[in-house]
Design a protein around this ligand. Sequence first.
Ligand code: FES
Length: 211
Amino acid sequence: MPIPYSETVMEHFRHPRNVGRIEDADAKAVEGSPACGDMVAVYLKVDEDDKRITDIKFESYGCASNIATGSIITELAKGKTLDEAKHITWKQAADALGGLPPIKTHCSVLAVDGLRAAIQNYEERHGLVTEREPTTVEIVRKRLKHVMNPVVGLDIVRTNLVEDIAVEDGTVRVRLNLPADHQFAAAIEEDIVDKLEPRWDVEHVIVDFTE
Ligand code: FES
């Protein structure tokens, strides 16, 4: 039986706003959904003075609900300050779409997680995070749980791709159980670096692959 989507969901799915990437983005994040393995990428341009989102784009590798919620949250976030945009909830996104079937709640959660991760990326890159907890292996592992293994649609920790993590003198080393010439190696490496490098005490991120 087809899922009963509202007309607004269908309209945003067919004509999504703000789709694409921003090449010179001030911040970006890729988030994966533990519920379904789909991914969303969010890119931001931010006014440095008043911290307002001047441009935002997204790329969805998810379903119709994810595309529609990506579209609506980018509409909701554009023009807002980072603090205001941080408080946009999946419920607001779903309400703005005229409701989502309960089975599709996680799709809007994914879109909002993507937005919040991009905001966090901006704040970390621009020294706006007041939390100064030193980076540990556990913190790295927690972040790596947000890096997806596209082969199976689960994160790289749960799928045992991460063989070893070492943190020493500002350098984080992640060893993956994946050949360097694997089709997703470069994308996974980029995602790992994006997730770890902005931390206040991390200077280098090195990803090692198997031969
Ligand atoms: Fe994965 Fe909707 S089913 S984002």
